[in-house]
Design a protein around this ligand. Structure first.
Ligand SMILES: [Zn+2]
Ligand SMILES: [Zn+2]
Length: 280
């Protein structure tokens, strides 16, 4: 019933299987498409290393040959690193990817010290629930969507609280899918209702970190109980149409978007360490 699984990880970040393993698992489950979307691209541990990018693409191409019945997409789950929409995806790699999923993970390095103090830290405090904080977080996602070819917002409301009405409206305007993530089911029934009241479309993904979970769309059952309209799911019974535009004319990140590609100085604290295992 699901056309494809568009969020899976491999050993190129911290998944357990290879690209070939995930594609073989997708084929075995009768999927017509699968995307490998490892974390990064940065030099951060547990992320796709820039030095491994060619090998990653070669593995995707090899799997396409071995499994002609499965459409294999080369993707990435890039990290939102700054309040200005900075992500850890160099533009040189962006051009060669079919799919860009964007999520926030505490266990990454903020784009700058300023972002650590004003973006990371407040989201670890009770202030993360204030309307002002949520508006700032939402604006970070919107700036990223407006300035880069992001196709999917991964697991909204996990780690970063956002204004879902504003996020859903922006996603609908820009043609970005809101993810229903099978690993992090962090949307409440009320959250789903808020998103559903906008014109946004959803995409249901496994976020598999091991081949056995590729094609696990259990999120749909949970959210169906909460009133989810299956017709709003882009990969349910049909092939999603991912964004292909390069949004150059839109609002640019305040500080240039890609300077924080990798290895930027910054800080994490105990909380980030603790979340390292759960994040992603
Ligand atoms: Zn992960
Ligand atoms: Zn993630």
């Amino acid at each position: 019933m699901f056309y494809g699984d568009y969020h899976t990880h491999t050993v190129y970040s911290h998944g357990k299987g290879s690209v070939e393993d995930n594609v073989a698992a997708a084929e075995a489950k009768g999927l017509k498409a699968v995307a490998v979307t490892d974390h990064g691209i940065s030099g951060y541990p547990d992320s796709l290393n820039p030095a491994d990018f060619e090998s990653f693409i070669a593995d995707v191409e090899e799997s396409r040959k071995r499994h002609p019945s499965v459409k294999v997409l080369a993707g990435v789950e890039t990290n939102l690193l700054g309040a200005d929409g900075t992500i850890d995806l160099p533009r040189s790699f962006e051009k060669r990817l079919d799919l860009i999923v964007c999520g926030f993970h505490f266990a990454r390095v903020p784009a700058s010290w300023h972002d650590f103090v004003h973006f990371w830290a407040p989201n670890m405090l009770p202030t993360k629930f204030t309307a002002k904080r949520m508006a700032k977080n939402t604006d970070a996602y919107i700036r990223a969507m407006e300035s880069r070819r992001i196709s999917v917002i991964a697991h909204p409301m996990r780690s970063l609280r956002v204004d879902l009405k504003a996020l859903g409206e922006a996603a609908a305007r820009l043609g970005v899918y809101i993810e229903l993530n099978g690993k992090s089911m962090c949307l409440s029934a009320a959250d789903l209702k808020t998103l559903s009241a906008t014109d946004c479309m959803f995409i249901c993904s496994s976020d598999a970190h091991e081949p056995a979970r590729v094609g696990d769309f259990s999120a749909v059952r949970r959210y169906e109980e909460a009133g989810l309209d299956l017709a709003r799911i882009a990969n349910y019974g049909k092939e999603p149409a991912f964004r292909s535009d390069a949004p150059s004319a839109r609002r640019e990140p305040l500080r240039g978007g890609e300077k924080a590609d990798c290895g930027v100085s910054g800080a994490t604290d105990g909380r980030a360490e603790r979340e390292a295992n759960e994040n992603g």
